[in-house]
Design a protein around this ligand. Structure first.
Ligand code: BGC
Length: 741
């Protein structure tokens, strides 16, 4: 449709038509939901007219289902403007990839882009138009369950992934193709910093911290073309994001020139009342619309109250018209006026979903996402002549996809057992479950009415533990697959104690008594406190929730078909008492090292170290890399030119391997304190044994900018340190000076 026609359409729409365009409802309102009237409809307080005319729907999937809903909608709605279908496609659609914290550990934006493109293709043929992804919230607190959906603690790395996700979903051209879906970046803003790591809790930070660390990844997603943004549940400087004009109009629309749709998070407009900033539903409707929120996800606030608000405050109609026009524009960009069914195609679903090609990519992504945390005595890779006992509640589990996977087909998940059987002869492999994932009482008490027996593992615990020990006795090496329950992370999955559940710790202890070499494969949606496991295991592999091809990707690493290259994108704490613990901290006036004060009066704990158990950027390989000949091509950088930092990387081992070379910078003196290190670049290089490669990084003035004392985003001339190494704990430095203008 031409722009002119869209504008004409606006002129024939009634005020009600327009308001309903801004309403988004769950798919259950359009399917044969048995208790619709007494259940969802009553809870939401929504009438049939609104349901018949809502502008978009969330979380339905399937070409046939979506086509049927669209068809009946077009027959029954007043304005006959096609519906938008949105869904949470977080780490894959049918072919499930590792959860985002695992994708972050690849340090490979290209492969993440590829995974997002596959998710888009699979979702598009199932009728989905928009995904509520990427979540680019920066995270520093692993107690928060949703760190599972983030790519980690660093603004630079998160920005690289934000771009990769958006380009994967939407493609790199302005125009969307039939294989693309629209990306909705979330949650704007700073949702990743709830106090105490408790879900939906208050966020409170300085504008400097917000702008410097939390905002860049949202901005990067928009620069990559993301056409939608979702608000967050939290307050920002006391004002809930969903009613926050400063965030949504001043920053998002005016500073960043964003012209796409801003959608509220689920029920967030109504929650303005619970936050205590809106006295009633009318006030909430007015506040959200004035703040620039276009679509109301799953409340009746806009639908039931905007008419009244506009009657009382006629000037608000302009905001309404703006919002509706944005919705129509996106429908038009997706081609829905020409073809309301767009790419939905049940034949193509069969062809594309879980195709061999998609699975193969997923398998590669899994092995790139695994992080080898420990490998004493070269216990890994496993040797073909060894007898292996594969033990643990994750040994033969298909619950490998995390809490956002709605894949209809759990049987398509490759378990570790299945993958091990492809690597080993029957007589060399013993298997036992050993324990439940988590105590039933925990599931019951923490999940409330969400708890169903299917998410509990039904086993005879005593018998299983005994069997595990018997099986272990027969083996040369024990591979123990343990971790948290998938519902212990994700939304609503905050934990105060981020340990492996006690039932599994009991299993590990029983097996450790045998004194055999032990390899731990850890499944989790967050960095766990692994201090105890580090002392018990000879080898440790962090496997996250790896998705459909989990078993294969992990086995490829354990048996050495693939060499581990994953690096942590979030620090693993030594103890929860350290949280937040992140690499880019400030030095403080009394740093633990290099202070004139006696040790007692420096910034430290008296009972635990300051450093995390495993730092940001960390991960081992089956080979060794050396870093030599670190050089800067000059000492003085002017405002216009570039400086080249170079280093030689040599593969000193006997197998091919991939190294992630990381560049960090420290601004020694600033008008405000600067972090002790900031990631400013990284490159992955793959080297054959004995091969050497020179890796170079270009440093220019613009990467040295920050918010100065007057909140201007500029660089300040003076001395800088450059560090290049395999993780954030490197200390070898070179100095350069940025010259004044
Ligand atoms: C989550 C969002 C999600 C939305 C729709 C909310 O509870 O915070 O991330 O996109 O639900 O499912």
């Amino acid at each position: 449709m031409k722009e002119q026609q869209l504008k004409e359409l606006m002129t024939v729409m009634t005020l009600e038509d327009k308001i309903f365009q801004l309403l988004q409802l769950l798919g259950s309102f359009y399917q044969d939901t048995p208790d619709l009237v007494t259940g969802p409809k009553a809870k939401l307080g929504i009438n049939d007219d609104a349901i018949k005319n809502a502008g978009s729907i969330l979380n339905v999937r399937g070409a046939d289902k979506i086509k049927a809903i669209q068809k009946s909608y077009l027959e029954n709605s007043h304005s006959k403007i096609p519906l938008l279908f949105m869904a949470d496609i977080i780490n894959g659609f049918e072919t499930i990839f590792p959860v985002p914290i695992g994708l972050g550990a690849t340090w490979n934006p290209e492969i993440v882009k590829k995974s997002a493109a596959i998710a888009a293709k699979e979702a598009a043929v199932s009728g989905v138009h928009i995904t509520f992804s990427p979540m680019v919230d920066l995270v520093r607190d692993p107690r928060w369950g949703r760190v599972m959906e983030s790519t980690g603690e660093d603004a630079y790395l998160n920005s690289a992934f934000a771009k990769a996700f958006v380009q994967g979903y939407q493609g790199t051209n302005e125009l969307l193709t039939e294989d693309n879906i629209v990306a909705c970046v979330k949650h704007f803003a700073a949702y990743g910093a709830p106090e105490g790591g408790r879900e939906y809790n208050t966020v409170d930070m300085s504008e400097r911290t917000l702008r410097e660390y939390y905002l860049p990844a949202y901005k990067a997603a928009l620069e990559a073309g993301a056409k939608m943004v979702m608000t967050s549940f939290n307050v920002v400087d006391g004002v809930p994001a969903t009613g926050n004009k400063w965030l949504n109009r001043d920053i998002l629309r005016n500073e960043w020139d964003f012209n796409g749709i801003l959608i509220s998070d689920y029920a967030a407009i109504k929650e303005l009342i619970d936050h205590g900033v809106a006295e009633d539903e009318n006030a909430a409707a007015k506040m959200a619309l004035e703040a620039g929120v276009d679509i109301d996800m799953m409340t009746s606030i806009y639908a039931n109250h905007l008419l009244d608000v506009i009657n009382k405050f006629p000037e608000i109609e302009d905001d309404l018209n703006e919002s509706v026009y944005r919705v129509l524009q996106l429908k038009n960009e997706l081609g829905l006026f020409e073809d309301p069914y767009r790419s939905a195609n049940s034949l193509k679903e069969k062809e594309l979903h879980l195709s061999t090609e998609h699975r193969q990519t997923a398998r590669e992504v899994v092995s790139e996402s695994l992080v080898l945390l420990k490998n004493d005595n070269q216990v890994l890779p496993l040797k073909s002549n060894q007898t292996i006992a594969l033990i643990g509640p994750y040994a033969d589990s298909t619950s490998l996809s995390g809490s956002w996977s709605f894949s209809s087909n759990q049987e398509s998940t490759v378990t570790l057992k299945k993958a091990f059987e492809e690597y080993l002869d029957e007589e060399n492999l013993f298997i036992a479950t050993g324990s439940k994932v988590v105590e039933t009482e925990f599931l019951e008490s923490s999940l409330g009415n969400y708890f169903s027996p299917e998410i509990d593992m039904q086993i005879d615990e005593e018998k299983e533990l005994k069997k595990a020990v018997e099986v272990a006795e027969k083996a040369d090496v024990l591979v123990i697959a343990v971790g948290e329950h998938y519902l212990q992370s994700g939304e609503g999955g905050s934990r105060a104690n981020i340990i492996i559940p006690q039932v599994q710790k009991n299993l590990i202890q029983a097996l450790a008594k045998l004194g055999k070499p032990m390899v731990g494969v850890i499944f989790s949606g967050r960095p766990l406190d692994l201090r105890e496991e580090v002392s018990q295991f000879d080898g440790l592999v962090q496997a996250w929730f790896p998705g459909t091809e989990g078993g294969h990707g992990i086995a490829d690493i354990l048996f050495g078909t693939a060499n581990p290259s994953g690096r942590l994108s979030m620090s693993f704490p030594y103890d929860v008492g350290q949280i937040p613990v992140h690499y880019n901290e400030f030095s403080t006036g009394r740093p633990y090292q290099q202070s004139n004060h006696s040790k007692r009066y420096t910034s430290k704990y008296v009972d635990i170290p300051n450093k995390p158990l495993f730092p940001f950027g960390y991960g081992l390989s089956y080979t060794d890399f050396s870093y030599t000949n670190f050089e800067l091509n000059k000492e003085i950088l002017t405002q216009e030119d570039r400086l080249t930092a170079s280093i030689d990387i040599t593969n000193k081992g006997t197998v091919k391997g991939k190294e992630t070379v990381q560049l960090y910078i420290h601004d020694n003196i600033g008008s405000v304190t600067r972090p002790i290190k900031e990631l400013k670049g990284f490159k992955q290089v793959e080297l054959e044994p004995n091969e050497t490669i020179t890796v170079t990084f270009e440093i220019e003035e613009k990467i040295l900018r920050f918010y100065n004392r007057d909140m201007e985003f500029i660089s300040e001339p003076g001395e800088f340190e450059v560090m290049i190494g395999p993780n954030s704990e490197i200390n070898e430095k070179k100095i350069f000076y940025l010259k004044d203008k």
